[in-house]
Design a binder for this molecule. Structure first.
Ligand code: NAD
Length: 482
């Protein structure tokens, strides 16, 4: 047992913080640890801090908490730093998106080929990307040996950027690979008998290995496609693992896209709402359509309201399922929220987030398998070494040990998807690291929605003119290096 200091940056993201607290309480090897909750929003911070204290008390857990609005205080002497902050919040994303739409860019300029996820901004997201680097550089001063667990998006660009701008040990985290479980369950198979592997980049992973006992799992998937795919209907906008888009990508690339990857197809599936509905299902057209994203915003609000209610009503027992259900309108409790609540109110269930088991593996040598974002060595030979890839690895006290990717990714996945996606990351990083606005404009020139040079310049200048983008404006106007 080794107590550590874990700093959570952007801790006001209540569901996420509470998932981590949940997992920590139930991980005996990390008993006695100090959790430093850091957020610039005092109200959110107070709410999460209060809930965390009550939760630990009810569970009889052994954790200490501190809360702060000062980044430096939280980072000082940390062993692990989990960055989940979103600078500017969802409201900035919507403002930048609205400007994009005004200039003819459906779903905003940051929605790009192979990067359609609505909070994964790489062009107009200077403040967020710069913050990733600021955190890493402050860590060099205040906790140089700590691990940075990069969770806020964009994980692919962000993890690569931090590696290029600092010496801090950084690993990117996402739960997208759970798409394998969703698919296996939909096929009526038992996950324990599945031998699987995924590989690629964050939000761009592919099922390279799929065996079911002694059978080829892909033959079972083919049967499902033949018999059941016609009657597929999404339960939520995020239920896309076996959507027509996902199956179409499988048919084209020869391997199944996993998790968020079907959201990140080409324009074929994303030209407009009608196209999205065809490929991602009615009524929403997937998570990243105007309807799907609105659904997600409403869901986030329900959760924030629930958290506020719980932190304002201190007599409520957090470990009782009924106490949550009482708050929520009768008959309207979403299934995935019920699942979330079940985890919280169980004395042993973990959230499924990888962060705390990862820390436990490093600290206590409690070796486990993860899917993490780490520098490429030989996993994907066609991708340069050191570009960050998302791959399965065993983690123990000596760090990560990436599995041999076998069989390899298909030629089409490499040439038609991963290499073009990697170039977009390289362009975005070149732009921000060199303050090179021309590269951002050139990215837009190469966008199918751009009809003139003036359109690309116009949209970028209007985004740069937003008051919250003052630093971004200066960075690009003065060609500052990062
Ligand atoms: P949110 O806006 O609800 O929460 C983010 C928090 O960051 C807020 O409490 C905000 O006050 C705080 N914050 C903003 N600027 C800050 C700063 N300078 N310092 C400290 N805190 C600051 O957002 P969310 O929906 O919870 O998403 C957070 C991030 O996590 C996003 O980037 C999102 O894309 C990402 N995300 C990642 C995964 C994953 O698996 N990797 C999954 C879901 C969401």
């Amino acid at each position: 047992m080794a107590p550590v200091k874990i700093s959570i940056i952007g801790a006001g993201s209540a569901v996420f913080s509470m998932r981590l607290v949940n997992d920590l309480c139930k991980t005996k090897g990390l008993a006695g640890s100090l959790v430093s909750l850091m957020d610039i929003d005092q109200t959110r911070l107070d709410g999460v801090h209060d809930l965390a204290l009550r939760y630990v008390k009810e569970l009889g857990g052994d954790l200490r908490f501190e809360k702060t609005t000062q980044l430096e205080d939280s980072l000082r002497d940390a062993d692990f730093v989990i960055n989940t902050a979103m600078v500017g919040g969802h409201s900035y994303l919507e403002r930048a998106r609205a400007i994009g739409e005004k200039h003819g860019y459906y779903r905003g300029v940051d929605t790009q080929e192979f990067n359609m996820v609505s909070d994964y901004y790489t062009i107009s997201n200077f403040n967020q990307l710069k913050f990733f680097v600021d955190v890493a550089r402050k860590m060099e001063e205040l906790c140089p040996n700590a691990w940075l667990l990069q969770t806020a998006n964009p994980v692919f660009e962000g993890t690569n950027l931090v590696r290029r701008c600092s010496k801090i040990k950084v690993v990117g985290f996402c739960h997208g690979h759970y798409g394998v479980h969703e698919m296996v369950e939909a096929l009526g198979l038992d996950m324990k008998r599945v031998d699987w592997q995924v590989a690629g980049f964050n939000h761009a992973i592919w099922l390279n290995r799929f065996n079911y006992e002694d059978k080829n799992g892909y033959e079972l998937l083919e049967e499902w496609i033949k018999e059941k795919s016609v009657s597929w209907k999404p339960k939520t906008p995020f239920d896309l693992q076996l959507s027509p888009a996902s199956i179409d990508m499988y048919n084209f690339y020869g391997q199944l896209p996993i998790g968020d990857t079907p959201r990140n197809g080409s324009w074929k599936y994303n030209y407009n709402l009608e196209t999205k509905k065809k490929w991602y299902g009615e009524p929403w057209g997937g998570a990243d359509s105007e309807l799907g994203w609105q659904w997600y915003q409403e869901r986030l609000k329900t959760i924030t309201d629930a958290i506020n209610y719980l932190s304002n009503n201190k007599s409520i027992k957090l470990l009782s399922l009924e106490s949550y259900l009482k708050f929520l309108p009768k008959g309207s409790v979403p299934e995935e929220l019920k699942q979330e609540i079940k985890v919280f109110s169980s004395p042993t269930a973990l959230s499924g987030e990888q962060h705390i088991p990862f820390i436990d593996a490093i600290v206590n040598n409690n070796a486990q398998r993860f899917v993490i974002n780490v520098p490429n060595e030989d996993s994907i030979p066609q991708i340069p070494k050191n570009v960050v890839v998302e791959v399965p690895a065993i983690v123990d006290r000596n760090g990560w040990h990436v599995e041999k990717i076998d069989p390899p990714l298909s030629e089409k996945v490499i040439k038609m998807y991963l290499i073009p996606r990697m170039l977009r990351m390289e362009w975005a990083l070149h732009a921000i690291m060199n303050g090179d606005k021309d590269v951002l404009i050139e990215m837009l020139i190469r966008d199918v929605r751009t009809k003139s040079y003036e359109q690309a310049v116009g949209v970028l200048e209007e985004i740069l003119s937003l008051p919250e983008n003052e630093k971004m404006r200066k960075h690009y106007n003065d060609r500052e290096k990062l």
